[in-house]
Design a protein around this ligand. Structure first.
Ligand code: AMO
Length: 439
């Protein structure tokens, strides 16, 4: 019998469950056609579900002719269900094959795919991104996103255990948080508004009541950077904690990174094999290099920078060669930091701030925040920002704002390090960059 509707038919087993079954067990499997071989009296098909492959065999005399005939014409990607009995066959990849008594063809494919859908590698990422959903059918891509899901779970578990409350802050906002240049303007009814660059102001406000908060969400930066590490929409993992200084949240960051690497390494063994990268648990504590030390180190490499100059990509690459792996870059000059960052008590030209680097790659930045409303107002003015635009934010600071610190970490960048891939676009479902808004 051949049908086309799901009706009341439901999958009884995934591919990986079949080889533990006795011969002759009734099963219903569902998936997508990978290959069809043979013709005439015997036709084999391999179909694939999200866990693996299933061999289906249609032989004259063993199953209805119309099923064999239909199967022999199905193209790759067609989505089908097969109802039948299991039979042992050592030549089948799982040791089991299915002899069908019924087949349903839900979606029959006519088109030729833009690339071999189960290929291990397809070189041009743009070709793949054009048809991302098909790309995601490739094993390696599936494993990347399974690993990402394991990592997300590990992050949430860790922060939950450390008493952080997960929050969701607004993504449509009236004021810049991280400097105005990188904002995406939007229409908000008849007013101008922006897409949030980070949850900075809200997460700070949350420390008044919830004390320790975290958010994992998309944020938006209109940076015209064409690199393998910049996206216009990226996922940020943010924390903010009352009664903590910047060194305390650096400790949190260090242990969460180690924990997440351990957890993802343990819980994504098949994924690592398929991706071809073994996750290495980083050694801790991570080295802590101050900005001033970094200038010295660069000086010794004949790269002369004045105090206060920002570290450009080439400088970070040189430092990264000296410190491969994770290290903190701390105590940046105040003039390089956003308005909310606290200065050091013993040297007000330096800030209580840090970046977490993986070699040249910046994974996270954070610091201690100003919590005194008057200091915050003067800082806004010093940075030529208008305190009236921050009225709503400043208001909360008059009601017992605690000392607080936090960080934001780019999840997409973290994933590239975890699974040893260069381009953030590989670990994002539908990446957005200056040249890509579709699909
Ligand atoms: P910052 O702007 O440094 O700090 O961002 C924090 C981290 O987010 C990631 N990131 C990006 N990833 C991909 N594409 C981008 N365009 C992009 N921009 C940023 C990076 C970066 O280290 N509010 C502060 C954090 C804090 O102090 O709590 C902030 O947003 O990995």
């Amino acid at each position: 019998m051949i049908g086309t509707e799901l009706g009341d038919l439901r999958r009884t087993h995934y591919s990986t469950e079949l080889n533990s079954l006795n011969e002759g067990t009734d099963v219903t499997v569902m998936g997508w056609v990978v290959t069809v071989r043979g013709h005439g009296n015997i036709v084999f098909a391999t179909i694939r579900d999200k866990l693996g492959n299933i061999q289906v065999i249609t032989k004259s005399g063993e199953c209805e002719d119309d099923i064999r005939e239909k199967l022999s014409h199905l193209k790759e990607h067609s989505s089908i269900a097969v109802v039948g009995k299991t039979r042992k066959n050592e030549k089948s990849p799982t040791g089991i094959e299915i002899v069908p008594s019924e087949m349903r063809v839900f979606s029959e494919v006519e088109k030729i795919p833009p690339f071999e859908p189960y290929a291990k590698t397809v070189k041009n990422i743009d070709t793949r991104l054009e048809v991302r959903a098909i790309d995601l059918r490739r094993n390696v891509l599936q494993k990347i996103f399974l690993a990402r899901s394991v990592t997300l779970r590990a992050l949430r578990d860790y922060l939950g255990k450390e008493d952080f409350v997960e929050v969701n802050t607004p993504k449509m906002i009236a004021t810049a948080t991280e400097g105005g240049a990188a904002l995406f303007p939007i229409f908000y009814y008849n007013k101008e508004a922006f897409l949030a660059q980070s949850p900075q102001l809200y997460k700070e406000q949350m420390t008044i009541g919830l004390e320790r908060v975290f958010e994992i969400s998309s944020f938006y930066r209109a940076e015209k950077s064409h690199t393998g590490r910049h996206l216009s929409e990226f996922t940020s993992v943010d924390i903010e904690a009352a009664m903590m200084d910047y060194t305390d949240v650096m400790d949190v960051l260090e242990s969460i990174v180690v924990d997440v690497f351990k957890n993802t390494a343990e819980n994504s063994k098949t994924e690592q094999k398929e991706i071809g990268h073994e996750i290495r648990i980083p050694d801790s504590p991570f080295e802590r290099v101050s900005y001033t030390q970094a200038l010295d180190e660069l000086g010794k490499m004949d790269i002369k920078l004045e105090f206060g100059e920002d570290l450009q990509d080439s400088h970070l690459r040189s430092l990264g060669e000296k410190h491969p792996g994770f290290f903190f870059l701390t105590d940046w000059p105040m003039k390089l930091k956003p308005f909310y960052i606290h200065e050091k008590d013993d040297d007000p030209t330096l800030s209580r701030s840090f970046d977490l680097q993986y070699g040249y790659l910046e994974l996270s930045s954070g610091g201690r925040r100003l919590h005194d409303p008057e200091q915050l107002k003067s800082r806004l003015k010093e940075q030529n920002l208008d305190p009236t635009s921050f009225e709503e934010h400043l208001k909360t600071f008059g009601w017992g704002m605690p000392p607080h610190s936090g960080w934001g970490m780019g999840l997409d960048r973290l994933m590239t390090v975890l699974i040893g891939i260069d381009n953030v676009r590989e670990v994002v479902l539908y990446p957005r960059d200056p040249d890509r808004l579709k699909p």
